[in-house]
Design a protein around this ligand. Sequence first.
Ligand SMILES: [Cu+2]
Length: 230
Amino acid sequence: MRKYFGLMFLIVLFVFFAKLNSFAQPADAQPAVPAEAAAPVDPPTNSTIETTTEDSAIIQEPQEYDPGTVTGQANAVIKGTQEGSKVEGEVVFWDTKDGLIVEGDFSGIPTPGKHGFHVHEKGSCEDEGKAAGGHYNPMGAPHGMLEKDGMQKAHGGDMGNIEVDDEGYATYDGFLPGIHLKGEGHVVTGLAVIVHEKVDDFGQPTGNAGGRIGCGIIQVVEEPTEEPNE
Ligand SMILES: [Cu+2]
């Protein structure tokens, strides 16, 4: 019995080491693979977080827009607010996922130089433009320039100035980030666009731009007729 016991012990011992060896090889090899795979996983995770932080900082800057994403168009036909005024113009708004592309053409403006240019909060041009109310300001923000300052630091209707030449003409190219023609967000369809008598100097509360010489209502065009400039 003891003879067999010793033999069996040796056999068991042999089998045990043989098994241990066969497990040891994959056991060594297996952790090596995830260890190598795990090593590069961490740095991309970190760099993704860094990129996100950089991106949110960039969002504070004036936004780039893609004219390919245009989803709608509106026009505002600008007319003089006073008897005998020769002020005329057309402002075109194109909706994109990021906001409104704004282009304007004006003529008959009696004084050269900068003239404040805003979307106001009401849809009327009556009473020499006074019926248009204050600036469109859905966030209760201070006055500024929406394209540069964003919704927290500018009114939603703060488009800055148009610059009128000696002949009374002006053109305007701008962008209203976060403003749209339709949907649940900040929508300006049906509101008035005002051209002011004087420069918007970006002083508080509304830029000291004086009276309202031109006014028009933003109306959606169901079949877009033009494309924004590149
Ligand atoms: Cu205004």
